[in-house]
Design a protein around this ligand. Structure first.
Ligand SMILES: Nc1ncnc2c1ncn2[C@@H]1O[C@H](COP(=O)(O)OP(=O)(O)OP(=O)(O)O)[C@@H](O)[C@H]1O
Length: 472
């Protein structure tokens, strides 16, 4: 597929490149997210660029790869003998870069560090020696989030303080996915955004000539499907005890969201669970959410924020046997189709939050927003629990968002209910955003036309605001 997004990252990398002095960029993010593609895009067409990739093997094989890339970047024949040690290799690279701009990438850096744990110390020493007169732009890239965050960027790492930029590569937004999915309806594109989690590689698996149903069956519900085993494979690569992580994700996907609920579902104590939940949060698979404005963690819940994992644990894992027996189409028709709307409820909220974020970036919000998120809590007047999909707080101002992924048009009753919940909040300046998959009733359109503090946003609007955003 054509290259999508990453505008800010590319701009920043170009700025660093233009500085013509020593730079060290750290690029990291979940597997399949598009790190290598971003780096390729950046170095394509640039002179004196070398790309090495760490492998899960011995130091000598890693040194062979590193040497070839160093020779390429510095303009020497790649057939020259490999460097014998890392200090020798890095000294050669830094020495060559004292008089010309060189870009050097080490992708899968954690594998190199595995092969030779002293690599970060060696790099640090070389950087400190050459930094003031080096024109090297070094890019370190890796997908092990915990390694990159703790052992490269963290204050305990020898490389701490040496990086001049860091990029955590995120999933594509709905708008970015939509560009690739241009042949689909807004509704189907939203569902693809949801089930791929906006992850570049999964998006590239979508066949634009097939329907949503056929794509889901081919990717997830067929034993040879490219996403049939994906979460299990990823967890196996990243974790030492994949089974327990599997059980936790399954519990959350099926509605156990509080610490004690998950613990009792999987037969562990809450205390023992924390370690595993923390690891899943570090991988960006789950998030701990607390109602906005709440100071304590008393009401915190865990949610799966990676759409691919959410989909898999909700719909694939419970149907593994049937899928193995090649009953994927029946699984889709009997077990998934009618539950997709409910699945989309959460994802539609994520899309709405992205819309709000894009408004914030463009200064198109009616007040300065300090924080935003979900809210749930007690309604003392009605004596019941309430939830609000989006609440954004400012100084004596508040914005409420309601998201409806359903086939009926959103009507005045929904707006009235939101205004009624809004009375629980003391702020005088109250703003509203209503998001609807199927548009709005005439009554609501008329009513909101006279009001300055309400915006009605359907899928079409969600799509176009982003287009204007990226072209401006
Ligand atoms: N910006 C992009 N635009 C279009 N397609 C992309 C983009 N980024 C990634 N892709 C697609 O996703 C695939 C995976 O991307 P890439 O290999 O760069 O991910 P990665 O983060 O380096 O993965 P890993 O950590 O698993 O090696 C690419 O082969 C490409 O098809």
């Amino acid at each position: 597929m054509d290259f999508i997004g990453r505008t800010y990252e590319l701009e920043d990398l170009e700025n660093q490149y233009r500085s013509n002095q020593f730079e060290m960029s750290v690029i990291y993010g979940r597997r399949r997210i598009g790190k290598t593609t971003l780096i390729n895009k950046f170095i394509t067409g640039k002179e004196n660029a070398g790309y090495a990739i760490g492998i899960e093997s011995s130091l000598s094989l890693n040194l062979e790869i590193l040497s070839k890339a160093i020779y390429q970047a510095t303009g020497f024949p790649a057939q020259l003998p490999s460097f014998k040690t890392l200090p020798e290799a890095f000294t050669f690279l830094f020495e060559a870069s004292t008089n010309k701009r060189i870009i050097f990438v080490i992708d899968e850096y954690p594998y190199l560090a595995n092969a030779e744990p002293s690599v970060s110390s060696v790099l640090q020493a070389t950087i400190d020696h050459y930094r003031s007169h080096s024109k090297l732009m070094l890019i370190l890239c890796g997908s092990s989030l915990s390694f990159m965050e703790n052992q490269v960027l963290g204050y305990k790492s020898p490389l701490y303080g040496r990086r001049t930029a860091q990029y955590k590569i995120k999933p594509f937004t709905y708008w970015e996915c939509r560009q690739y999915l241009s042949s689909f309806s807004n509704e189907d594109a939203s569902m693809f955004f949801a089930i791929t989690g906006g992850v570049a590689e999964y998006l590239s698996f979508v066949d634009p000539d097939l329907s949503l149903r056929s794509n889901i069956i081919n990717l997830y519900l067929t034993p040879s499907g490219r996403l049939f085993e994906e979460p299990r494979n990823l967890l196996q690569q990243e974790m030492r005890e994949p089974k327990i992580y599997n059980d936790i994700l399954s519990a959350i996907a099926h509605g156990s969201t509080r610490n004690h609920e998950i613990a009792s579902k999987i037969g562990q104590t809450s205390g023992a669970l924390s370690h595993y939940l923390k690891a899943l949060m570090e991988l960006g698979i789950i998030e701990k959410r607390t109602p906005i404005g709440e100071k304590t963690e008393r009401k915190s819940i865990y949610v799966i924020v990676d759409g691919m994992y959410r989909f898999w644990y909700k719909f694939v894992r419970p149907n593994l046997q049937a899928i193995e027996l090649r009953q994927g189409d029946i699984v889709f028709d009997e077990r998934i189709a009618e539950n997709l709307s409910e699945f989309m409820g959460f994802e539609f909220e994520q899309m709405a939050i992205q819309y709000l974020e894009s408004c914030i970036q463009r200064n198109e919000v009616p007040f300065y927003i300090l924080e935003y998120g979900n809210w749930w809590g007690n309604n003392p007047y009605e004596k019941r629990q309430e939830e609000i999909d989006i609440v954004a707080l400012g100084n004596n101002a508040i914005l409420f968002g309601e998201c409806k992924w359903r086939n009926q048009k959103l009507d005045t009753k929904v707006f009235d209910a939101l205004r009624s919940k809004a009375r629980l909040f003391p702020q005088e300046n109250k703003q509203y955003m209503l998001f609807s998959k199927s548009g709005f009733t005439e009554d609501l359109l008329k009513e909101s036309a006279d009001q300055q503090n309400v915006q009605l946003i359907d899928l079409e609007k969600m799509y176009w605001i982003k287009e204007t955003a990226s072209s401006s």
